[in-house]
Write a protein that binds this ligand. Structure first.
Ligand SMILES: *Cc1c(COP(=O)(O)O)cnc(C)c1O
Length: 398
Protein backbone atom coordinates (compact mmCIF):
# COMPACT_ATOMS: atom_id res chain seq x y z
CA UNK A 1 0.00 0.00 0.00
CA UNK A 2 1.13 3.56 -0.64
CA UNK A 3 0.82 6.82 1.32
CA UNK A 4 -2.52 7.76 -0.21
CA UNK A 5 -4.09 4.39 0.59
CA UNK A 6 -2.96 4.42 4.24
CA UNK A 7 -4.29 7.95 4.68
CA UNK A 8 -7.67 6.99 3.23
CA UNK A 9 -8.01 4.11 5.68
CA UNK A 10 -6.99 6.24 8.64
CA UNK A 11 -9.38 9.01 7.67
CA UNK A 12 -12.20 6.52 7.33
CA UNK A 13 -11.67 4.43 10.47
CA UNK A 14 -9.67 6.67 12.84
CA UNK A 15 -11.05 9.60 14.82
CA UNK A 16 -9.96 12.96 13.44
CA UNK A 17 -8.50 14.50 16.60
CA UNK A 18 -5.21 15.42 14.86
CA UNK A 19 -4.18 17.23 11.67
CA UNK A 20 -0.94 15.42 10.79
CA UNK A 21 1.37 16.12 7.89
CA UNK A 22 0.63 13.59 5.16
CA UNK A 23 3.69 11.41 5.63
CA UNK A 24 3.21 7.75 6.58
CA UNK A 25 6.31 6.59 8.46
CA UNK A 26 7.24 2.93 8.54
CA UNK A 27 10.80 2.95 9.84
CA UNK A 28 13.11 5.09 11.96
CA UNK A 29 16.78 5.07 12.86
CA UNK A 30 18.52 7.81 14.84
CA UNK A 31 17.46 11.16 13.39
CA UNK A 32 16.08 9.64 10.17
CA UNK A 33 12.68 8.19 9.29
CA UNK A 34 11.41 6.55 6.10
CA UNK A 35 7.89 6.61 4.70
CA UNK A 36 5.99 3.78 3.02
CA UNK A 37 6.98 5.09 -0.43
CA UNK A 38 10.66 4.85 0.45
CA UNK A 39 11.30 8.59 1.00
CA UNK A 40 13.77 9.54 3.71
CA UNK A 41 13.28 12.45 6.14
CA UNK A 42 15.28 14.17 8.86
CA UNK A 43 13.03 14.22 11.92
CA UNK A 44 13.13 17.69 13.48
CA UNK A 45 10.25 17.10 15.89
CA UNK A 46 11.41 13.91 17.63
CA UNK A 47 7.83 13.05 18.62
CA UNK A 48 7.51 16.25 20.67
CA UNK A 49 10.86 15.45 22.33
CA UNK A 50 9.99 11.88 23.30
CA UNK A 51 12.73 10.59 20.99
CA UNK A 52 15.66 12.60 22.36
CA UNK A 53 17.84 9.47 22.18
CA UNK A 54 17.00 8.94 18.49
CA UNK A 55 14.60 6.49 16.84
CA UNK A 56 14.99 2.83 17.81
CA UNK A 57 18.17 3.37 19.81
CA UNK A 58 19.89 -0.05 19.73
CA UNK A 59 20.63 -0.10 23.46
CA UNK A 60 17.06 0.83 24.41
CA UNK A 61 15.57 -1.68 21.96
CA UNK A 62 17.87 -4.37 23.37
CA UNK A 63 16.78 -3.60 26.95
CA UNK A 64 13.15 -3.65 25.82
CA UNK A 65 13.49 -7.01 24.05
CA UNK A 66 15.34 -8.61 26.95
CA UNK A 67 12.76 -7.42 29.48
CA UNK A 68 9.85 -8.36 27.19
CA UNK A 69 11.09 -11.94 27.22
CA UNK A 70 11.18 -12.05 31.02
CA UNK A 71 8.08 -10.30 32.37
CA UNK A 72 6.17 -7.24 31.14
CA UNK A 73 3.46 -6.50 33.67
CA UNK A 74 2.92 -7.48 37.27
CA UNK A 75 0.62 -4.62 38.35
CA UNK A 76 1.48 -2.99 41.63
CA UNK A 77 -0.43 -5.70 43.48
CA UNK A 78 2.97 -7.39 43.41
CA UNK A 79 6.48 -5.98 43.27
CA UNK A 80 8.88 -6.32 40.36
CA UNK A 81 12.66 -6.13 40.12
CA UNK A 82 12.83 -3.11 37.77
CA UNK A 83 10.76 -0.47 39.57
CA UNK A 84 13.04 -0.16 42.62
CA UNK A 85 16.08 0.34 40.40
CA UNK A 86 14.39 2.94 38.19
CA UNK A 87 13.32 4.91 41.28
CA UNK A 88 16.80 4.73 42.81
CA UNK A 89 18.61 5.65 39.59
CA UNK A 90 16.24 8.56 38.90
CA UNK A 91 16.77 9.92 42.41
CA UNK A 92 20.55 9.60 42.17
CA UNK A 93 20.56 11.28 38.78
CA UNK A 94 18.29 14.20 39.72
CA UNK A 95 18.84 14.77 43.43
CA UNK A 96 15.22 14.06 44.39
CA UNK A 97 14.17 11.65 47.15
CA UNK A 98 11.12 9.87 45.78
CA UNK A 99 9.55 8.84 42.51
CA UNK A 100 5.98 8.03 41.55
CA UNK A 101 5.84 6.35 38.12
CA UNK A 102 2.93 6.68 35.71
CA UNK A 103 2.50 6.22 31.95
CA UNK A 104 1.65 9.36 30.01
CA UNK A 105 2.66 12.94 30.68
CA UNK A 106 -0.92 13.92 31.44
CA UNK A 107 -1.04 11.24 34.13
CA UNK A 108 2.14 12.59 35.72
CA UNK A 109 0.58 16.06 35.81
CA UNK A 110 -2.66 14.65 37.25
CA UNK A 111 -0.56 12.91 39.89
CA UNK A 112 1.16 16.21 40.69
CA UNK A 113 -2.23 17.96 40.99
CA UNK A 114 -3.47 15.33 43.41
CA UNK A 115 -0.24 15.38 45.43
CA UNK A 116 -0.15 19.16 45.87
CA UNK A 117 -3.83 19.30 46.82
CA UNK A 118 -3.42 16.55 49.38
CA UNK A 119 -0.27 18.24 50.69
CA UNK A 120 -2.27 21.46 50.97
CA UNK A 121 -4.95 19.85 53.09
CA UNK A 122 -2.81 17.58 55.26
CA UNK A 123 0.38 19.63 55.72
CA UNK A 124 -0.41 23.26 54.92
CA UNK A 125 -3.85 22.90 56.52
CA UNK A 126 -5.85 24.62 53.81
CA UNK A 127 -9.61 24.30 54.55
CA UNK A 128 -11.20 21.35 52.80
CA UNK A 129 -11.92 21.79 49.06
CA UNK A 130 -10.43 25.30 49.05
CA UNK A 131 -6.99 24.55 47.58
CA UNK A 132 -5.88 26.83 44.75
CA UNK A 133 -3.25 26.05 42.15
CA UNK A 134 -1.65 28.83 40.12
CA UNK A 135 -0.90 28.13 36.45
CA UNK A 136 0.27 30.25 33.54
CA UNK A 137 -1.28 31.58 30.37
CA UNK A 138 -0.32 29.64 27.25
CA UNK A 139 0.39 26.49 29.30
CA UNK A 140 0.25 22.94 27.99
CA UNK A 141 0.05 19.99 30.37
CA UNK A 142 -2.01 17.37 28.56
CA UNK A 143 -5.60 16.64 27.66
CA UNK A 144 -7.51 15.26 30.65
CA UNK A 145 -10.56 17.18 31.87
CA UNK A 146 -8.76 18.57 34.92
CA UNK A 147 -5.75 19.64 32.88
CA UNK A 148 -7.69 21.31 30.07
CA UNK A 149 -9.69 23.07 32.79
CA UNK A 150 -6.70 25.37 33.32
CA UNK A 151 -5.73 25.72 29.67
CA UNK A 152 -6.02 29.18 28.12
CA UNK A 153 -6.55 27.63 24.69
CA UNK A 154 -10.28 27.89 24.06
CA UNK A 155 -10.45 24.88 21.72
CA UNK A 156 -8.93 22.57 24.36
CA UNK A 157 -11.84 23.24 26.74
CA UNK A 158 -14.78 24.10 24.58
CA UNK A 159 -17.42 21.40 24.62
CA UNK A 160 -15.82 19.48 27.50
CA UNK A 161 -17.45 21.12 30.51
CA UNK A 162 -18.21 21.08 33.34
CA UNK A 163 -14.56 21.86 34.04
CA UNK A 164 -12.55 21.30 37.21
CA UNK A 165 -12.37 24.33 39.54
CA UNK A 166 -9.46 25.39 41.75
CA UNK A 167 -7.06 27.06 39.30
CA UNK A 168 -5.89 30.64 38.92
CA UNK A 169 -4.28 31.67 35.68
CA UNK A 170 -1.49 34.27 35.69
CA UNK A 171 0.48 35.79 32.84
CA UNK A 172 3.53 33.66 31.95
CA UNK A 173 6.67 35.67 32.60
CA UNK A 174 4.99 38.28 34.84
CA UNK A 175 6.17 38.08 38.47
CA UNK A 176 3.79 40.83 39.68
CA UNK A 177 0.79 39.00 38.26
CA UNK A 178 1.91 35.85 40.04
CA UNK A 179 2.37 37.65 43.35
CA UNK A 180 -1.12 39.16 43.13
CA UNK A 181 -2.70 35.72 42.67
CA UNK A 182 -1.32 34.28 45.92
CA UNK A 183 -3.82 33.66 48.72
CA UNK A 184 -3.56 31.69 51.98
CA UNK A 185 -5.17 28.78 50.08
CA UNK A 186 -2.55 28.64 47.30
CA UNK A 187 -0.92 25.21 47.43
CA UNK A 188 1.17 25.15 44.27
CA UNK A 189 2.47 26.93 41.21
CA UNK A 190 2.78 24.69 38.14
CA UNK A 191 5.00 26.05 35.40
CA UNK A 192 6.88 24.95 32.29
CA UNK A 193 10.42 26.39 32.56
CA UNK A 194 10.22 26.70 28.77
CA UNK A 195 6.78 26.47 27.17
CA UNK A 196 6.93 23.89 24.39
CA UNK A 197 3.48 23.64 22.84
CA UNK A 198 3.03 27.34 23.57
CA UNK A 199 5.68 28.05 20.92
CA UNK A 200 9.05 27.43 22.62
CA UNK A 201 8.64 30.45 24.88
CA UNK A 202 11.55 31.20 27.21
CA UNK A 203 10.40 33.37 30.14
CA UNK A 204 12.28 36.59 30.98
CA UNK A 205 15.54 36.14 32.93
CA UNK A 206 14.86 35.95 36.66
CA UNK A 207 11.22 34.92 36.31
CA UNK A 208 11.64 31.37 37.58
CA UNK A 209 13.91 32.43 40.45
CA UNK A 210 11.60 35.24 41.58
CA UNK A 211 8.45 33.12 41.47
CA UNK A 212 10.36 30.34 43.22
CA UNK A 213 11.41 32.71 46.02
CA UNK A 214 7.80 33.89 46.38
CA UNK A 215 6.71 30.25 46.65
CA UNK A 216 9.25 29.62 49.40
CA UNK A 217 8.14 32.75 51.27
CA UNK A 218 4.46 31.78 51.10
CA UNK A 219 4.73 28.02 51.67
CA UNK A 220 3.65 27.20 48.11
CA UNK A 221 4.97 24.20 46.20
CA UNK A 222 6.86 25.04 43.02
CA UNK A 223 6.15 22.36 40.42
CA UNK A 224 8.22 22.32 37.21
CA UNK A 225 6.56 20.56 34.29
CA UNK A 226 9.64 19.26 32.46
CA UNK A 227 7.81 16.68 30.38
CA UNK A 228 8.97 18.33 27.17
CA UNK A 229 11.80 20.66 28.27
CA UNK A 230 13.50 18.07 30.50
CA UNK A 231 15.93 15.21 29.99
CA UNK A 232 18.43 17.11 27.90
CA UNK A 233 16.17 18.90 25.46
CA UNK A 234 17.13 22.40 26.69
CA UNK A 235 20.86 21.64 26.92
CA UNK A 236 20.67 20.81 30.64
CA UNK A 237 19.17 17.80 32.39
CA UNK A 238 16.27 20.10 33.30
CA UNK A 239 15.49 23.54 31.89
CA UNK A 240 15.06 24.93 35.42
CA UNK A 241 18.79 24.35 35.96
CA UNK A 242 19.55 27.56 34.06
CA UNK A 243 18.17 29.27 37.16
CA UNK A 244 19.29 28.87 40.72
CA UNK A 245 16.28 26.87 41.93
CA UNK A 246 15.27 23.40 43.05
CA UNK A 247 11.57 22.84 42.38
CA UNK A 248 9.65 20.95 45.05
CA UNK A 249 8.28 18.67 42.39
CA UNK A 250 9.16 17.83 38.78
CA UNK A 251 7.05 16.01 36.21
CA UNK A 252 8.85 14.07 33.48
CA UNK A 253 7.70 11.86 30.62
CA UNK A 254 8.30 11.82 26.87
CA UNK A 255 12.07 11.12 26.54
CA UNK A 256 12.06 9.17 29.80
CA UNK A 257 11.59 6.09 27.64
CA UNK A 258 13.38 7.26 24.49
CA UNK A 259 10.09 7.03 22.63
CA UNK A 260 9.90 3.27 23.11
CA UNK A 261 7.15 2.94 25.67
CA UNK A 262 4.87 5.36 27.57
CA UNK A 263 6.58 6.10 30.89
CA UNK A 264 6.21 9.22 33.03
CA UNK A 265 7.04 10.11 36.61
CA UNK A 266 6.74 12.64 39.38
CA UNK A 267 9.91 13.46 41.31
CA UNK A 268 9.73 15.08 44.72
CA UNK A 269 10.62 14.83 48.40
CA UNK A 270 9.50 12.29 50.99
CA UNK A 271 7.53 15.00 52.77
CA UNK A 272 5.45 15.74 49.71
CA UNK A 273 5.03 12.39 47.93
CA UNK A 274 4.63 10.89 51.39
CA UNK A 275 1.09 12.30 51.48
CA UNK A 276 0.01 9.37 49.28
CA UNK A 277 -1.08 6.37 51.32
CA UNK A 278 -1.83 2.94 49.85
CA UNK A 279 -5.05 3.22 47.88
CA UNK A 280 -4.86 7.00 47.30
CA UNK A 281 -3.61 6.78 43.73
CA UNK A 282 -2.45 4.26 41.16
CA UNK A 283 -2.35 2.89 37.64
CA UNK A 284 -2.41 -0.67 36.31
CA UNK A 285 0.55 -0.11 34.00
CA UNK A 286 2.37 2.52 36.10
CA UNK A 287 5.76 1.19 37.22
CA UNK A 288 5.53 -1.93 35.06
CA UNK A 289 8.80 -3.81 34.58
CA UNK A 290 8.89 -3.37 30.80
CA UNK A 291 8.48 0.40 31.06
CA UNK A 292 10.96 0.62 33.92
CA UNK A 293 13.63 -1.39 32.10
CA UNK A 294 13.19 0.82 29.02
CA UNK A 295 13.34 4.01 31.11
CA UNK A 296 16.47 2.87 32.96
CA UNK A 297 18.32 2.28 29.71
CA UNK A 298 16.97 5.50 28.15
CA UNK A 299 18.37 7.53 31.05
CA UNK A 300 21.72 5.76 30.81
CA UNK A 301 21.93 6.48 27.08
CA UNK A 302 21.16 10.15 27.70
CA UNK A 303 24.01 10.49 30.20
CA UNK A 304 26.59 8.04 28.83
CA UNK A 305 26.36 9.37 25.26
CA UNK A 306 26.72 12.94 26.48
CA UNK A 307 23.46 13.92 24.81
CA UNK A 308 22.71 16.72 27.26
CA UNK A 309 26.00 18.49 26.52
CA UNK A 310 25.48 17.81 22.81
CA UNK A 311 22.08 19.46 22.95
CA UNK A 312 23.67 22.53 24.51
CA UNK A 313 26.45 22.83 21.98
CA UNK A 314 24.53 21.89 18.85
CA UNK A 315 21.54 23.97 19.89
CA UNK A 316 23.70 27.08 19.81
CA UNK A 317 25.12 25.97 16.46
CA UNK A 318 21.66 25.33 14.98
CA UNK A 319 20.32 28.72 16.17
CA UNK A 320 23.37 30.56 14.81
CA UNK A 321 22.93 28.86 11.42
CA UNK A 322 19.22 29.70 11.34
CA UNK A 323 20.02 33.31 12.19
CA UNK A 324 22.52 33.44 9.34
CA UNK A 325 19.71 32.77 6.86
CA UNK A 326 18.50 36.31 7.60
CA UNK A 327 14.98 35.69 6.28
CA UNK A 328 12.57 38.64 6.15
CA UNK A 329 9.75 36.28 7.09
CA UNK A 330 11.22 35.56 10.53
CA UNK A 331 10.22 37.59 13.58
CA UNK A 332 12.33 35.80 16.18
CA UNK A 333 14.51 32.72 16.67
CA UNK A 334 14.58 31.55 20.29
CA UNK A 335 15.11 28.61 22.60
CA UNK A 336 17.76 26.78 24.58
CA UNK A 337 19.72 23.74 23.49
CA UNK A 338 18.08 21.82 20.66
CA UNK A 339 14.70 23.28 21.67
CA UNK A 340 14.25 25.97 19.04
CA UNK A 341 11.28 28.05 17.97
CA UNK A 342 11.29 30.11 14.78
CA UNK A 343 8.46 32.61 14.98
CA UNK A 344 7.30 33.93 11.64
CA UNK A 345 5.91 37.39 10.99
CA UNK A 346 2.13 37.65 10.44
CA UNK A 347 2.68 38.39 6.72
CA UNK A 348 4.33 34.96 6.32
CA UNK A 349 0.79 33.54 6.39
CA UNK A 350 1.21 30.83 9.08
CA UNK A 351 3.83 28.19 9.72
CA UNK A 352 1.91 25.24 8.29
CA UNK A 353 2.77 25.82 4.65
CA UNK A 354 6.50 26.09 5.48
CA UNK A 355 6.29 22.78 7.34
CA UNK A 356 4.60 21.27 4.26
CA UNK A 357 7.38 22.75 2.12
CA UNK A 358 10.07 21.34 4.39
CA UNK A 359 8.41 17.92 4.31
CA UNK A 360 8.67 17.95 0.52
CA UNK A 361 12.39 18.69 0.92
CA UNK A 362 12.89 15.88 3.45
CA UNK A 363 12.73 17.71 6.78
CA UNK A 364 9.92 16.93 9.20
CA UNK A 365 8.77 19.59 11.62
CA UNK A 366 5.43 20.76 12.87
CA UNK A 367 3.93 24.19 13.33
CA UNK A 368 2.91 25.14 16.82
CA UNK A 369 0.59 28.04 17.60
CA UNK A 370 0.02 28.85 13.91
CA UNK A 371 3.12 30.96 13.37
CA UNK A 372 5.97 29.09 15.07
CA UNK A 373 8.08 26.34 13.52
CA UNK A 374 9.64 24.19 16.24
CA UNK A 375 13.01 22.56 15.58
CA UNK A 376 13.64 19.84 18.16
CA UNK A 377 15.50 16.97 16.49
CA UNK A 378 16.76 13.91 18.35
CA UNK A 379 19.79 14.95 20.42
CA UNK A 380 21.96 12.45 18.49
CA UNK A 381 21.91 14.76 15.46
CA UNK A 382 25.29 15.61 13.85
CA UNK A 383 26.60 18.99 12.73
CA UNK A 384 26.49 17.98 9.04
CA UNK A 385 22.85 16.99 9.45
CA UNK A 386 22.06 20.38 10.96
CA UNK A 387 23.87 22.04 8.03
CA UNK A 388 21.75 20.05 5.60
CA UNK A 389 18.51 20.87 7.45
CA UNK A 390 19.36 24.58 7.47
CA UNK A 391 19.94 24.49 3.69
CA UNK A 392 16.40 23.17 3.28
CA UNK A 393 14.99 25.76 5.70
CA UNK A 394 16.72 28.43 3.64
CA UNK A 395 14.92 27.22 0.52
CA UNK A 396 11.45 27.59 2.07
CA UNK A 397 12.11 30.83 3.94
CA UNK A 398 13.52 32.88 1.04
C1 LIG B 1 3.44 16.64 26.17
C2 LIG B 1 3.31 17.37 27.45
C3 LIG B 1 2.46 16.91 28.47
C4 LIG B 1 1.52 15.75 28.29
O1 LIG B 1 2.15 14.57 27.94
P1 LIG B 1 1.30 13.38 27.25
O2 LIG B 1 2.24 12.22 27.30
O3 LIG B 1 0.98 13.83 25.87
O4 LIG B 1 0.08 13.18 28.07
C5 LIG B 1 2.48 17.60 29.67
N1 LIG B 1 3.25 18.68 29.86
C6 LIG B 1 4.07 19.16 28.89
C7 LIG B 1 4.92 20.35 29.17
C8 LIG B 1 4.11 18.53 27.65
O5 LIG B 1 4.87 19.03 26.67
Amino acid sequence: MNTKEYIEIEEKFGAHNYHPLDVVIEKGEGVWVWDVDGNKYLDCLAAYSAVNQGHCHPRIIKAMKEQAEKVTLTSRAFRNNQLPLLCKELCEMTGYEMVLPMNSGAEAVETALKAVRKWGYTIKKVPENQAEIIVCTNNFAGRTISIVSFSTEEQYKSGFGPLTPGYKVVKYGDVKDFEKAITPNTVAFIVEPIQGEGGVIVPPAGYLKQTYDLCKKNNILFVADEIQSGLGRSGKMFAFMYDDIKPDMVTIGKALSGGCYPVSAVLSSKDILGVFKPGDHGSTFGGNPLGCAVARESLKVLVEEGLIEKSHELGNYFRDKLNEIGSNLVKEIRGKGLFIGVELKPEAGGARKYCEGLKNLGVLCKETHDNVIRFAPPLVIKKEEIDWAVEQVKKVLV
